[in-house]
Design a protein around this ligand. Structure first.
Ligand code: SAH
Length: 482
């Protein structure tokens, strides 16, 4: 059968791509259909035909999947941030767990029976909404010229108004509404990318879930000419009015502006000025006992977060993920541990609580400054940090300075570990390797290399850091075969 564009067909959705598109097959030939859920019977219109597969658009749901739920957010289809919000949370977890398992089988070449013996149940959230501690809203104008905050529609740069994203904290709405009415009353224009005119580009809001402290940063397009005589410069028209209203929001700790005059997709400008309160907010991540259902231990690490610092966006799940990393590392207090791709040292500082000595490597200098400051702030003396490429720094410290590791922890970006980094690990031969991954496809590829090089997988667990989206974190413990 040859299919044609615009043809109407009926398919049953039986599977899902890793991006959350439904897959329905007719005589083994797959159709990818957005906005469908496994178990749907769908009337689709064919939109694109390829040799081995085709794309279709959902025209009508003939019968609904039992896994369908009413999406909380009315904009979830347009926004695209929550690809699987219309699927029950239980089903989301199952979908993610099999995504990890299938990648380990298909790309890693591990046997399904073996994986069943090492995979532990996925770690989900009890309350899978409002989990994000950071929100970044673009500001624009509606047709009447009123300022709006929301999200970009599809791949365009036009903004659909919505101040109430269901993944964010309730304060986001309150803060955005204050900013929008201030803009309206004081005739402050939103930035227009095409005309390169207007003032307010984005609003960044961050909240410390433990501390309750909130930060608001307005990304603006201009800065006033410095007046030497004046000490307190206003960055915004009638700035005091905005500050007065925002500072009344419960928890507000820091209000700042970020100057960004560039015509790029980079949101934040490097220049930050605090206009009220502190320069940063604090938050604490607690170590939990991963072997006892994540029971609290009372021990925590406190972080200072400024508008530009990196910080994990789901603090509830971060505690679980990093406590698992600590547990998988199997530390007794004597070990030398390397934390590769360490970011601001969150995992390193967790590990330092139980290790002899921790070394962290990260490519971004500012992140290492943060890591060092956070170590000092928490009185941690057995953690040392290096700026540089993991694949260069890690082997060099071993070969030149003889720094070996008993345990190596890696948490690379989506593309996984560099070949040279894997090679260096195999050469050094630590007892254990803990691999934290945000992409199970590259994870599977790298695990194959490590297992062919003399390691075996001991434990695997998926942790849902991003409910309602297709993303999933995975953590793996490997041990050197004696
Ligand atoms: N564990 C960290 C986050 C890791 S995200 C935390 O919890 O904070 C991956 C990190 O790897 C990013 O900070 C990125 O800047 C860094 N990175 C990417 N490529 C790198 C490389 N080749 N060498 C060292 N670090 C790298």
């Amino acid at each position: 059968m040859v299919y044609e564009k615009n043809q109407l067909l009926t398919v049953e959705i039986t599977d899902m791509t890793t991006d959350g598109e439904g897959i329905g097959k007719i005589d083994g030939y797959p159709f990818f259909v957005k906005d469908t859920v496994i178990g749907d019977l769908a009337r689709i219109r064919v939109t694109r035909v390829k040799k081995n597969y085709a794309y279709g658009r959902l025209e009508k749901l003939l019968s609904q999947s039992p896994f369908r739920v009413e999406a909380k957010c009315p904009f979830h289809r347009q926004c695209g941030g929550c690809q699987i919000q219309a699927m029950s949370y239980e089903q989301q977890l199952q979908f993610k767990e099999s995504k990890v398992k299938n990648n380990l089988i298909r790309i890693g070449g591990f046997a399904p029976e073996f994986l069943s013996t090492v995979m532990e149940p996925i770690v989900g959230m009890e309350a899978p909404f409002h989990y994000r501690n950071k929100a970044l809203y673009p500001i624009g104008q509606d047709k009447e010229g009123n300022p709006v905050a929301g999200f970009y529609a599809g791949r365009t740069h036009s903004i659909i108004a919505n101040t109430d994203c269901s993944l964010g904290v309730p304060e986001n709405k309150e803060i955005l509404e204050i900013i929008l009415s201030y803009m309206k009353e004081n005739h402050v224009a939103a930035y227009d990318e095409t005309a390169r005119k207007g003032l307010v580009r984005h609003v960044l809001i961050r909240k410390g879930f433990q501390s309750g402290e909130i930060m608001t940063c307005l990304v603006i397009n201009m800065k006033p000419e410095k007046d030497n005589g004046k000490k307190n410069i206003d960055y915004l028209p009638n700035q005091q009015k905005l500050v007065e209203a925002l500072s009344k929001v419960k928890g507000m700790t820091s209000i700042s502006v970020s100057i960004n005059r560039e015509n790029t997709n980079v949101v934040m400008g490097k220049e930050i000025h605090t206009i009220w309160g502190k320069d940063s907010i604090k938050d604490t991540i607690y170590i939990r006992n991963a072997e006892d259902n994540f029971a609290a231990t009372g021990q925590g690490i406190t972080f200072s977060i400024s508008p530009l610092s990196f910080y994990q966006v789901n603090p509830v799940q971060t505690e679980k993920l990093y406590s698992l990393a600590l547990s998988y590392a199997g530390l007794t207090g004597k070990e030398t541990v390397w934390d590769l791709y360490c970011g601001i040292g969150t995992i390193s500082l967790f590990l330092a609580a139980k290790a002899g000595q921790v070394y962290g490597v990260e490519i971004i200098p500012q992140a290492i400054w943060d890591a060092k400051r956070n170590a000092v702030r928490n009185g941690i003396e057995n953690a040392q940090f290096f700026v540089g490429n993991t694949e260069e720094v890690f082997p060099e410290k071993y070969e030149k300075d003889g720094i070996r590791a008993d345990v190596v922890v890696v948490d690379p970006p989506r593309k996984g570990c560099d070949g040279a980094c894997l090679e260096a690990m195999l050469k050094m031969g630590p007892e254990r390797i803990v691999y934290v991954s945000c992409d199970s496809a590259t994870l599977a590829r790298d695990l194959r290399v490590l297992c062919d090089g003399g390691y075996e997988i001991k434990r695997v667990r998926a942790v849902d850091m991003f409910p309602m989206t297709v993303h999933i974190e995975t953590i793996v413990a490997l041990s050197r075969i004696k």
